[in-house]
Design a protein. Structure first.
Lengths: 290, 263, 290
């Protein structure tokens, strides 16, 4: 039998795989440098949690989490249609910060820094996922489905079109492609899956507060995506597993828990820096970051 | 009836008048060459035609017998202009570097790939071909691509990413891509600059064959010999203006052209 | 009340101006967003805490050490992170991602070595305010505004009259032309980081005196400094300073109506508006779209 701690880790890995695959779709396949990915994760978590607390069934909360994130991505894409390069990266960062401020300040809705406790564990068609083992199965199934869907998208002509836009947007336009529509679709899909991941996180931990969705949370996810390699789905999965487990080793070395959090951040930041400097293709990627 | 008609086009960058009251037209079924010294505004005219930049004033009309007569395309975006039948090759490589050569070419056939549901899940949407028809067209597209690649001795590169192509090979693939892209007018910006003599002859032969088939081509080229050999009409630009127009023979003996080049 | 807001805006602006001036100075030569500039400020503030409150050095000596260490951190970040990235011709966007990682790295270091609790430097008594007509202002605040303005004047004089200042402006204006006349751009980058981060260290000392020191202060300050630069025009130090004072005023006017925790969100809304409608800033020159 798997130990409780190991099951916990596997559930987190499953959720991170969904979140990282979603970023892979926007960043790796479409070249959209979205540093506000965590905002979509947070929107999914808060939407799903708030609806569940007001009595909605889990499946609807889950899908609504994805849908709200998707809707906000659509809006973000519309207002940033004219912005490119590092300005776009900064605006998406700003978007993340605005969403974070809203979580923190819309007290009546989100309870601000106090967070939302008591989010119910999912029940689907009468089956309750209240113990962690059944939750692991749920997360595994959903992560597997998301993987297959994203693989299907990226293998299709639409996926090739995404990569074409990433490699050379002007050339895609000259071939008559509506690149804005394509990128908007990609960002919206990416946000949808990130929202689903957020919902799974909220219903697993059963408590969320704004601190889980701050700007800096993008670094672990970006590390995973870039270490795994842009436009590589198996690489993403492997990188998620490895990069989630490495910091856990610290726990056994005996660091006090107050240091564990920042140590984990340092590891992610260092990994990202080293990969950017020494191996910008990641470990399984064919595409170099430009 | 002209395929393309340009009227009093003007464009400036900062203090530089890159295109200054430029007017000319392109006749169907012919190869028209746009020549002129460096900085005379030729590529800017191409950028204006394909909608990458917008003119300060002036108009651009397009004639496409399947779609419309005399459509004013002056302020339309590049993708719409492309879909109206203008296919372009850039001066610098604009291939999709991480996609294979075959994928680069497949992207040019049509815009069905933009339809997410039918493209990803094979779902039929209203007014569209069924999924199985889609697959069979995909097969025939691959066949066409394979034939083209074999014709230009590139078959062995089909599965390689475009970034692995040599300079000359990538020029060829780019020309092929613009041919596959549905069009009524081809505009080529220096298609033979920097390629080997053999490849130059190959491209020359291709252009003449295309003309035989009734294609309309507008090209920019610095190689005078090549240009005067392949083209039916030549337009000479200098300092953003058209200074001469005529058959290659007329241009060869036009003192104004010589003067512009000697400046 | 209105005059008090004006004065509060001026004080906030004086601090933001130092953040923005250092940031803009660096941006103008290296042409990428050095987001870790905020981390340098936070780290310098902790250096002041370390040398003054923990090791008991005289205040002025500790302040000088803190300011100099800011400069050293800035140069070190450039040398160890940005320079290898420049060597492999990474795009400004990739360097931005690296810079965000560095910021997270610095914040995590602060957390590990100094803890999550808020620190304060009790050097000057800030309790007593002077009443000047309709406004109340503390002597420390007068000192902050005065020293910030004097430092900015010194900076402008440096940029205008010294050889190094002129060389910096030459590289900012056109790197290749500057190189043709024999100015080494790499050397100028080092000097921009040294000088920009020196100003960051100075800002850190003032902020440590007026506000508290906390591990995440770098991100918050950087958002302000960056917004100020965008408002004024990111490539000009003067623009950054102007933007900083406008931002200080806008924030203090804004929290007249909104809860004060929205202060950071105000900066972002302004940042959005400028990025969307006037990305070149107030003093910036629109580049021709060739």
């Amino acid at each position: 039998m798997l130990s409780a701690y190991f099951i916990h880790l596997l559930i987190l890995i499953g959720i991170y795989i969904i979140l990282a695959l979603a970023l892979q779709l926007a960043l790796g396949y479409s070249g959209i440098l979205n540093l506000g990915h965590i905002a979509f994760y947070g929107l999914g978590a808060y939407t799903s949690a708030l609806l569940a607390l007001s009595g909605w069934p889990f499946l609807l909360c889950f899908l609504a989490g994805g849908a709200v994130a998707m809707g906000s991505a659509f809006l973000l894409s519309l207002i940033t249609s004219k912005i490119k390069g590092d300005y776009l990266a900064l605006v998406t960062m700003g978007f993340c910060f605005v969403i974070y401020s809203l979580m923190l300040n819309l007290d009546e809705l989100t309870r601000g820094p106090l967070g939302l406790p008591g989010i119910p564990r999912p029940t689907i068609f009468g089956f309750s996922f209240s113990d962690n083992f059944s939750y692991l199965i749920l997360v595994t199934i959903i992560a597997g489905l998301v993987y297959l869907i994203i693989k299907r998208i990226t293998d299709s002509p639409f996926g090739k079109l995404l990569e074409a836009v990433r490699d050379n947007e002007l050339a895609a336009k000259i071939l008559g492609k509506d690149t804005f529509k394509v990128k908007t679709f990609s960002l919206a899909l990416s946000a949808f899956f990130a929202g689903l991941a957020g919902s799974l996180y909220a219903h697993y931990i059963t408590f969320i507060d704004p601190s889980s969705f701050s700007l800096m949370q993008i670094i672990p996810i970006a590390s995973i995506v870039i270490v795994g390699g842009l436009a590589s789905l198996p690489g993403t999965v492997l990188a998620t597993v490895v990069l989630t487990l490495i910091p856990e080793a610290l726990r056994f070395v005996g660091f006090p828990s107050s240091i564990l959090g920042p140590m984990r951040q340092i590891i992610y930041a260092l990994v990202l820096l080293l990969i950017l400097i020494y191996r910008p293709k990641g470990f399984f990627g064919k595409v170099e970051l430009e | 009836m002209e395929v393309l008609k340009i009227e009093n086009l003007k464009k400036h960058f900062g203090g530089v008048q890159a295109v200054d009251n430029c007017s000319f037209s392109v006749e169907p079924g012919k190869i028209t060459a746009l020549i002129g010294p460096n900085g005379s505004g030729k590529t800017t005219v191409f950028n204006l035609i394909s909608g990458i930049i917008r003119p300060d004033s002036g108009k651009i009309f397009l004639y496409n017998p399947f779609l419309f007569k005399d459509k004013n395309i002056t302020h339309l975006p590049p993708d719409i202009i492309s879909n109206f039948g203008v296919s372009r090759v850039f001066q610098q490589s604009h291939l999709f570097a991480n996609l294979t050569v075959e994928e680069n070419l497949l992207l040019a056939f049509n815009n069905n790939d933009q339809n997410f549901w039918s493209s990803v899940f094979g779902l039929e949407s209203w007014g569209q071909k069924s999924a199985s028809a889609e697959t069979s067209t995909r097969q025939s597209q691959k066949k066409i691509v394979a034939e083209y690649l074999a014709l230009f001795r590139l078959a062995h590169m089909a599965e390689k990413p475009a970034r692995d192509l040599s300079f000359g090979q990538s020029r060829l693939v780019e020309i092929l891509r613009s041919l596959i892209n549905p069009h009524h007018l081809l505009i080529l910006d220096e298609p033979i600059a920097g390629v080997t003599p053999e490849l130059r002859d190959m491209i020359k032969k291709l252009l003449l064959e295309l003309k035989e088939k009734g294609e309309t081509i507008l090209l920019i080229e610095h190689d005078m010999n090549f240009t005067l050999n392949v083209s039916d009409r030549v337009i000479v630009m200098d300092a953003g203006q058209v200074i001469a127009e005529g058959t290659p023979d007329e241009i060869r003996h036009n003192p104004k052209v010589l003067e512009a080049y000697l400046d | 009340m209105f005059y008090q807001i004006l004065v509060n805006g001026l004080i906030a602006g004086a601090i933001y101006a130092l953040v923005a001036a250092g940031f803009s100075l660096i941006y103008s030569t290296v042409k990428f967003v050095h987001f870790a500039h905020g981390g340098v400020i936070a780290l310098s503030a902790y250096m002041l805490y370390l040398f003054y409150s923990m090791l008991g050095l005289p205040f002025w000596l500790a302040a000088i050490v803190a300011i100099l260490s800011g400069s050293i951190f800035g140069v070190a970040i450039d040398y160890f992170i940005y320079r290898p990235l420049r060597k492999r011709r990474a795009s400004p966007t990739i360097i931005l991602v690296a810079s965000v990682s560095v910021l997270l790295l610095l914040e995590s270091f602060n957390l590990i070595f100094f803890g999550a609790d808020v620190k304060s430097i009790n050097f000057l008594d800030i309790g007593t305010g002077l009443t000047l007509g309709p406004v109340i202002i503390t002597s420390l605040q007068i000192f902050i505004v005065a020293s910030s303005i004097s430092l900015l004047i010194l900076l402008f004089a440096f940029m205008k009259y010294t050889k190094m200042g002129k060389a910096m402006r030459a590289v900012a204006d056109n790197k290749s032309v500057a190189e043709i006349v024999g100015i080494s751009s790499e050397r100028i980058y080092t000097w921009s980081f040294a000088l920009g981060s020196l100003i960051a260290g100075f800002a850190a000392v003032l902020i440590a005196l007026e506000q508290n020191i906390e591990p995440t202060m770098g991100t918050a300050l950087m958002i302000k400094g960056f917004t100020a630069s965008i408002i004024g025009g990111v490539e000009s130090v003067a623009g950054g300073v102007l933007g900083a004072f406008l931002l200080g005023l806008a924030e203090n006017l804004g929290i007249w109506w909104l809860p004060s925790s929205y202060k950071d969100a105000i900066a972002f809304v302004i940042l959005f508006i400028f990025l969307l409608f006037r990305p070149e800033g107030i003093l910036g020159v629109k580049k021709s779209n060739k």
